[in-house]
Design a protein around this ligand. Structure first.
Ligand SMILES: [Zn+2]
Ligand SMILES: [Zn+2]
Length: 314
């Protein structure tokens, strides 16, 4: 008697995502059918990964709402390899007997393109340094899948593309973030006053998984050196609060008040916008013409708390 082998078939609804980030996982469901309508529960299928590793998976029986019917399905999770490029997984139904009936081999190839992890950069705390002096900016870099980026190098390039500063990302993520690693990069302002622009790059290397680099730019104003000192005394009115640690600005030049509410701000001669700000006092703003050392007093009153209910019903 001639035994006829049945012909099974394997397919997926969606296959794998077209692109997978290195090391990422994806869940795949394959549906197994026999042209002769056999119940293929209990059959074994094999999976070969792009790295050539083999595994097996037993076929179960699940509801399949997409086909409005039940069917023999196998579900497994695949992990994208660390190397980028085209990757193939082979799902194979090896020759085997199911319920005493021999079935032929059948294979299905699943493909995806493995891509490096994306990274992003943030730059903050950019000051207005005096010309020719040292200053620093904060740079943070984050992997889209939250890899540890501790120790990665950040470089700052000037307008000519020359590296003018370098830092290494800190050992732990910035407090309050998942995976933003930051560093303080020390720089020197040009010898002439005016606007400058810098490019910041970070190309992560020596990591288990490949990463795309990221970059950002920032601009800053180099200030001419101060010629005169303006002593600003903040005088409290209607408040017992200390007048210490209030930021006082004369244009781009700034200082903080001491315990006596006094700030000494160095500025070049000319007209400057004088402002002082702290969360609990009303903002102070006035104009000051500076032609020599000067002392001024400004009055600080407590910040008015706006009671929206009182305004609405009062
Ligand atoms: Zn069959
Ligand atoms: Zn990553």
């Amino acid at each position: 008697m001639v035994v006829t082998r049945h012909t099974p078939s394997l397919r997926t609804h969606a296959g794998l995502p077209a692109e997978m980030e290195a090391g990422a996982t994806a869940s795949v469901e394959v549906r197994l059918t026999c042209a002769d309508g056999c119940d293929l529960r209990g059959a074994v299928i094999e999976l070969t990964t792009p790295q050539g590793e083999h595994g097996t998976c037993e076929v179960g029986w699940v509801e399949d709402p997409r086909e409005g019917a039940q069917g023999a399905n196998a579900r497994f999770v695949v992990t994208a390899p660390a190397s980028t490029g085209e990757a193939e997984w082979t799902v194979r139904f090896p020759t085997q007997s199911v319920s005493g009936v021999p079935h032929e081999e059948h294979a299905l190839v699943l493909e995806s393109t493995v891509v490096p992890h994306a990274t992003s950069m943030a730059i903050w705390d950019v000051p207005s340094p005096l010309q020719g002096t040292e200053f620093a900016v904060r740079v943070g870099v984050k992997c889209a899948t939250c890899c540890v980026l501790a120790g990665q190098v950040v470089q700052v390039l000037d307008e000519a593309g020359v590296v003018v500063g370098e830092g290494r990302l800190g050992a732990a993520p910035l407090a309050g973030t998942d995976a933003l690693y930051e560093t303080l990069v020390a720089l020197r302002a040009p010898e002439r006053p005016g606007m400058g622009s810098r490019r910041v790059i970070c190309v992560p290397g020596d990591l288990a998984l490949p990463h795309h680099g990221s970059s950002g730019t920032f601009t800053f104003r180099s200030l001419p050196p101060p010629e005169h000192t303006v002593t600003v005394r903040i005088v409290p009115e209607g408040t017992e609060a200390s007048m210490a640690d209030i930021e006082v600005r004369l244009g781009d030049y700034r200082a903080h008040t001491d315990l006596n509410g006094v700030a000494r701000v160095g500025v070049p001669r000319g007209s400057h916008e004088l402002s002082a700000w702290r969360v609990d006092i009303e903002p102070i703003s006035s104009r000051l013409d500076v032609s020599g050392d000067a002392a001024v007093e400004v009055v600080a009153v407590p910040r008015r708390v706006v009671d929206e209910d009182a305004e609405r019903w009062g």
